[in-house]
Design a protein around this ligand. Structure first.
Ligand SMILES: [Zn+2]
Length: 469
């Protein structure tokens, strides 16, 4: 490599939203090479198979890893990287570190389950089928975490410095500014990470840190907008209608982020007198642990939420909230005959405790199942949402007689307008914007808009493409 050149290597999240991992190379030594995010590929089989390929660069030749946030598509490959020889420090914010303990162990558990299933069904070509990584690998990866506060400079060798800035996406989520220098030149690049929304509860607005040369920017919602209606009113009316039928409202929700936002709104509605204080059950061990993490990091929350926390108030805990940690507590919810709200995981009803609740509640017209997130093609959530007559759960066909509702607008991602607003807030515009983390249509739409509105050069990196800075 030419002495004065720095380069980026895009090893994922190119033309897709998963497998975020980009190498920054500033020289020949170990400490001159870092990896920004270390995500798992998810979704289509063709992408998932990449998780099993050898990592595109020798993991032992990477000096440090930086994780923008704890979501698995940004962090879930880390245990495999460590298993394959990476030994350096892993930098993330303190709140991300707490969430990573929850999420990587859960991910390892899912990998183990998948391997067990493959062995039971003879589904795999490999005998025996092995997990991508196991719990011990996840624990080894967690040992390498170096939690570092926002706005604190981290030095890796003498050529790389990096700083996290608030991205407002989920608890602990950051954008990462990386400054590169050698004897003859310098450059800097800002990795947006996943950009959150403006003016939503719990999470702060995303920051637009000082004048980056180059931005590597996510494009998840590059071609679409969130609905204009506030989900508050729709949620209140779904709750009140269900209560008027003496039914149970069942909400499948992602354990980290989405669940906490729903709880915040329930509490707000109770306080305003917009819904009665029926019992609320949170039935997800992972969501309960995430609640603890949200409680421990009040400085990472938006100022209003943090203020209420300091007053000893918990804005994410509605009155009459009950945590169900054990399986017995979860099963006991089946005996509830009066109105109640049950929030459980997984968000797309692909597994977890939500399944036994669906089995129990779907056959009765007085209940409601409410989807508050995107239901991927082929998931059980999508089948129920599409208005079919029945759905297969635990091997039996369950009739769907309950009401099925969907409310959008709970996304933790900036939409098209908010992505542009984020860019507008920079004091000076970058010289170039590299767009990743979006389906092709989203990326291309955003590239066109940026060129038109800001007259900044955009590039769309391809998988394994190397780009000189
Ligand atoms: Zn994310």
């Amino acid at each position: 490599m030419n002495q004065s050149n720095f380069k980026l290597v895009f090893m994922g999240a190119t033309g897709t939203v998963t497998g975020s991992r980009t190498a920054v190379i500033a020289g020949p030594k170990l400490d001159d090479r870092i990896l920004v995010d270390c995500g798992l590929f998810q979704g289509l089989k063709e992408l998932r198979l990449r998780n099993w390929n050898p990592f595109p660069m020798d993991p032992g030749s990477i000096g440090a890893v930086f994780l923008t946030h704890a979501h698995i598509d940004h962090s879930g490959y880390l245990p495999r990287l460590v298993k394959s020889g990476f030994q350096g420090p892993v930098y993330c914010t303190p709140a991300s570190a707490d969430l990573l303990h929850i999420m990587l162990l859960d991910s390892a558990h899912l990998q183990e389950e998948e391997a067990r299933f493959a062995n039971k069904t003879g589904f795999s070509k490999h005998k025996p089928a092995l997990p991508l990584y196991d719990t011990a690998d996840a624990r080894a990866a967690l040992e390498l975490l170096h939690p570092t506060a926002l706005h604190t400079e981290i030095r890796v060798g003498d050529r790389i410095r990096a700083t996290f800035h608030d991205a407002g996406h989920i608890l602990g989520a950051g954008s990462l500014r990386v400054d590169l220098m050698n004897r003859s030149t310098s450059a800097n690049v800002l990795f947006s990470g996943d950009i959150g929304r403006f003016g939503v509860p719990i999470h702060s607005d995303p920051e637009s840190p000082d004048s980056p040369d180059i931005i590597v920017m996510e494009s998840t919602y590059g071609n679409r907008m969130h609905p204009l209606d506030d989900p508050y009113d729709s949620l209140a009316s779904v709750i009140n209608e269900t209560i008027s039928r003496n039914g149970v409202l069942l909400i499948p929700a992602f354990a980290v982020g989405r669940t906490q936002v729903i709880m915040y709104m329930l509490r707000e509605m109770q306080t305003a007198g917009d819904i009665p204080k029926v019992p609320v059950y949170l039935d997800s061990p992972m969501a309960i642990r995430a609640f603890e993490a949200y409680g421990l990091h009040e400085n990472s929350l938006d100022s209003e939420t943090a203020f209420m926390r300091r007053k000893g108030d918990h804005p994410m805990k509605p009155d009459n909230l009950h945590f169900c940690s054990s399986q017995e507590e979860s099963k006991a919810l089946n005996s509830i005959t009066n109105s109640a709200i049950i929030v459980s995981a997984s968000g797309m009803a692909t597994g977890g405790r939500i399944l036994h609740h669906l089995k129990h509640r779907l056959p009765h017209a007085r209940n409601t199942v409410l989807f508050i997130g995107y239901q991927g093609t082929g998931t059980r959530g999508r089948t129920i949402q599409e208005g079919r007559e029945s759905v297969k759960i635990h091997g039996s066909q369950i009739p769907i007689r309950s009401r099925i509702e969907s409310i959008q607008g709970f996304s933790a991602h900036a939409d098209q307008d908010e992505l542009l607003l984020w860019l507008k807030k920079f004091q000076s515009l970058p010289r170039k914007i590299l767009l990743n983390h979006g389906e092709s249509e989203s990326i291309e739409a955003l590239a066109k808009l940026i060129a038109r509105k800001f007259r900044v050069e955009t590039m769309i990196p391809e998988y394994l493409e190397e780009i000189e800075l």
